[in-house]
Design a protein around this ligand. Structure first.
Ligand code: MIG
Length: 833
């Protein structure tokens, strides 16, 4: 019920006045029910309207409006390409409630107070309002809160919410979504760089998700007061949320990712190893780093130029002392197989005569204060203006700035930083609330646009890169982002620290991001702030193999977030210690291990690429906590370290110092220890050794694991062979393999090959078949199949009707067998002797 704090005041001459007056609204009784093809509209006696829209049978959208709400269904988060058939629904008007049902869910709304409950098709209650919808507005500020309070039943667990730096289960605390430059953040710090107002709940073995599509600062409280209440709230706008049905955690994550979109396939080199540093300069240094990778035979595909390549931090310029001929440098690096990625910040130096600034003024692209003045603030340059990326014309203008970079200089990748947007000197670290934004034709203040500023910057950058190099697959990295921004760019978790806890945090954050729609993520390997020990660096690099973005980065001599560094201080520091963080900077032993680790990533690239394609197509998170593998097994819920990398690899990284052994949990199925081929039973714990030389990971029995040929960079040469490791299992199993040229868009015209390997076994032998579709012919000329864990000694072997001879080989002191096959083989049978 509407409850005005101050009501029925007699306006007398001496009527009291107040600094502000608040109105609190809760729904009264439903007095009208209307329906059209996909939406039911319920209206209460105090004029609150609840619209329930059937998006798909598994996804319902709920929006609440009150008098004064300007209606707009505009959303940056939703993927415009997501256009599924909504499916049918039925509506029942019962004495005390309204019931809306699809084939998968029922949404029941009580007539008193409009309380909402969701049930599955078997009528199990999944999710229920306790106090339901609430809105607070004040005379001076307008809407200050829209929220929904639901029950948080005992035992329910909560996942998702983007990049929060805590363990998986969100329960017991509240979190804020407000993009923040969080240099040197620590465990539990909140908010961080990005906002993904989406979470998944798991209760009684059933999962569902809630996505709050509202860009204002939002608060998610997962029973922080221990009163079994979950509240999600925004500081403005409309209550607009999606209920996403499961029952598997995995399918909730997939549905969310399809609703908000996935990126295109990256270039294959984007999944290679990347080396970064704040900053490699001058040019000689960049060449030396590149050369060293090749000399030491440590694979690497990309090298980054951080802000020091610019002239006085002016975006789209070069410091000609450090980089006299960028075109030549980039071409030479390209010759050696290095892609160059450069940083571009949103802040533009406000300086007469600087072309980008002048041109931006002419085109009126910069953010303004309510009274029309430009928003000027300090970032790297002392006076900086900022494009309003929420304007389509500004995005186009911005995209065109990349013309020279992409076309003339042949830069392969762009790195967008500081787009929270970050502002120096003020404690608030960003724009004032009242800065104006276009918001694609829905003008608003920064309160509404803040959280999507970085996302729209990434969108503008991507648009420009693609426009100016339409034949190439783009590579873009961004720091800030919002739900749906995974469509535009990869991201890294920001300015972390070289500590053991940060290694664990990075692991937790990447899992969390991945199940929140954001698979293309990684951390600054080794830590951005401070220097890791050789052991910490090694363990971090090992975890990095299994993060889609695989990049070492560090701040080097840039002290404590200082702006331009004093050269003398740097020189002094250099003589005292080295802060280098290249794979060879930690002594010979570590260099050897690093070479092996990075090499392994390159051999696993076909597997990762296949998982990436599955993510692009179906929204399947590449990284998943074990609960997403088998939520019916309570042990998976507590497995903090173990995670799935794709469908068939389980990883248990070493996240602690000096660990010689580790107790791990394996879920249902049988698993092979990658490093010694022992077969381990699932649904139990195992003690394993954890030598520094490798990271424990396990392959599901029945898997056909593709192993790419080792190369120094992804496009070094045409591979001669593809390896297939066949891990024997008792159950039939399928393994996908996706292949294409790794670059360009030929795959969209059918130039790809998607193969499903089927593995079956019985007491007489095994059968392996391959079914492919697509017009691409892989470049290798043979396949080397290795059978691991055979429970019998092989006798004869037939491939597509022809006899082939298995060769016995020793692997990790155990016997395995290999056969050589044609790339197009369809059926192989291996009989027991
Ligand atoms: O305030 O460009 O997170 O990766 O090296 C520091 C310099 C600005 C922050 C990024 C970091 C980058 C650094 N930038």
């Amino acid at each position: 019920m509407a409850n005005k704090q101050i009501e029925d005041l007699q306006v007398a001459e001496d009527a009291p006045r107040y600094p502000d007056v608040a109105t609190r609204l809760r729904p009264g009784t439903i007095v009208s029910v209307q329906q059209d093809e996909h939406t039911v509209t319920l209206t209460s006696d105090n004029n609150i309207e609840l619209n329930i829209t059937i998006v798909t049978p598994d996804i319902l959208q709920l929006t609440y409006t009150t008098e004064g709400d300007t209606r707009s269904d505009f959303s940056y988060a939703l993927d415009p390409r997501f256009d599924p058939p909504p499916g049918e629904y039925t509506l029942e008007n019962q004495p005390d409630h309204i019931e809306i049902s699809t084939s998968a869910v029922t949404c029941r709304v009580s007539k008193e107070q409009m309380l909402v409950r969701f049930y599955n098709a078997e009528e199990h209650l999944l999710c229920a309002d306790n106090r339901g919808y609430y809105k607070r507005e004040t005379l001076m500020k307008g809407t200050t809160e829209v929220s929904i309070s639901q029950e948080a039943p005992a035992g329910a667990r909560y996942f998702g919410l983007g990049d929060k730096a805590i363990k998986q289960n969100l329960r017991g605390r509240s979190y804020e979504n407000w993009n923040t430059d969080a240099y040197g953040f620590e465990r539990g710090d909140d908010p961080l760089y990005r906002s993904v107002p989406f979470y998944m709940a798991l209760h009684d073995g059933r999962a569902y998700g809630i996505f709050l599509d509202n860009t204002y600062r939002s608060i998610f409280d997962f029973d922080s007061r221990k009163d079994r209440t979950l509240t999600f709230a925004s500081e403005g706008g409309k209550m607009n949320y999606y209920f996403i049905n499961g029952p598997e955690l995995r399918s909730v994550a997939e549905r969310y990712a399809r609703l908000t979109g996935t990126p295109e396939l990256p270039p294959l080199w984007g999944l290679g190893y990347h080396q970064c540093r704040w900053s490699y300069y001058p040019e000689k240094k960049v060449r030396e780093i590149a050369r060293t990778f090749r000399d030491l035979e440590i694979p690497c595909d990309a090298i980054y130029l951080d802000i020091d390549y610019m002239d006085e931090y002016k975006v789209f310029t070069w410091n000609r002392n450090y980089f006299p001929n960028p075109k030549q440098l980039i071409a030479d690096l390209g010759e050696e197989g290095f892609q160059t990625i450069v940083m571009v910040d949103p802040g533009i130096r406000a300086e007469k005569g600087y072309e980008v600034y002048e041109d931006g003024r002419t085109n009126d692209v910069f953010c303004r204060r309510p009274d029309g003045e430009l928003m000027i603030g300090p970032v790297w340059p002392p006076k900086t203006v900022f494009p309003d990326f929420t304007h389509p014309k500004v995005r186009e203008w911005w995209g065109d700035l990349y013309d020279d970079f992409i076309k003339k200089l042949n830069i392969s990748g762009i790195w967008n930083d500081m787009n929270e947007p970050a502002v120096f000197e003020v404690r608030r670290k960003t724009f004032p609330d009242d800065i104006r934004h276009h918001f694609d034709g829905h003008p608003c203040s920064h309160r509404k646009a803040h959280n999507i500023y970085g996302m729209q910057m990434a969108r503008a950058s991507l648009q420009g890169i693609k426009k100016h190099a339409p034949a190439k697959r783009p590579f873009l990295l961004t720091r800030a982002n919002f739900a749906g921004g995974q469509r535009y760019a990869a991201l890294w978790t920001g300015d972390n620290i070289a500590s053991w806890d940060h290694l664990r945090l990075g692991h937790e954050q990447c899992l969390r991001l991945s199940v929140s729609g954001y698979s293309f993520c990684g951390t600054d390997i080794g830590g951005f702030v401070d220097r890791p020990s050789s052991e910490l660096y090694t363990r971090w690099l090992q975890l990095g193999i299994f993060h889609p973005l695989f990049r070492t980065h560090s701040m080097g001599y840039h002290l404590e977030g200082a702006a331009a560094v004093n050269e003398e201080e740097v020189e002094e520091k250099k003589t005292k210690e080295t802060l280098d963080q290249e794979p060879w900077s930690f002594g010979e032993k570590t260099t050897t291990i690093a070479r092996e680790i990075i090499g392994l990533r390159y051999r696993l690239l076909s597997y990762l690429y296949t998982a990436f394609r599955q993510y692009v197509k179906n929204g399947t998170p590449i990284l998943r906590p074990l609960a997403f593998h088998d939520q019916s097994d309570p042990h998976t819920l507590d497995a903090a370290d173990e995670f799935m990398f794709g469908d068939q690899i389980l990883v248990s990284p070493v996240l602690e110092k000096n660990r010689k052994t580790k107790r791990i949990y394996l879920p249902e199925g049988d698993w092979y220890h990658f490093w010694d081929d022992t077969r381990l039973a699932g649904r139990q714990k195992h003690d394993i050794n954890t030598p520094l030389s490798n990271i424990p990971f396990f392959i599901k029995a029945g898997t056909v694991l593709p192993m790419r040929e080792l190369m120094q960079y992804t496009g070094e040469k045409d591979p001669e062979k593809l390896g297939l490791l066949v891990y024997h299992g008792d159950q039939p199993a399928e393994s996908p393999l996706y292949e294409d040229t790794g670059q360009g868009y030929g795959y969209k015209k059918g130039e790809y090959r998607h193969t499903i390997f089927r593995f079956e076994s019985n007491s007489q032998g095994i059968r392996l078949s391959a079914g492919s579709e697509g017009a691409y012919n892989p470049l290798y000329n043979h396949i080397e199949v290795t059978f691991i864990g055979l429970p019998f000694k092989p006798g004869h072997c037939k491939a597509d009707g022809k006899e082939v001879a298995p060769r016995a080989v020793k692997r990790h002191g155990k016997s395995a067998y290999t056969v050589i096959l044609d790339p197009g083989f369809e059926k192989l049978q291996l009989f027991a002797e």
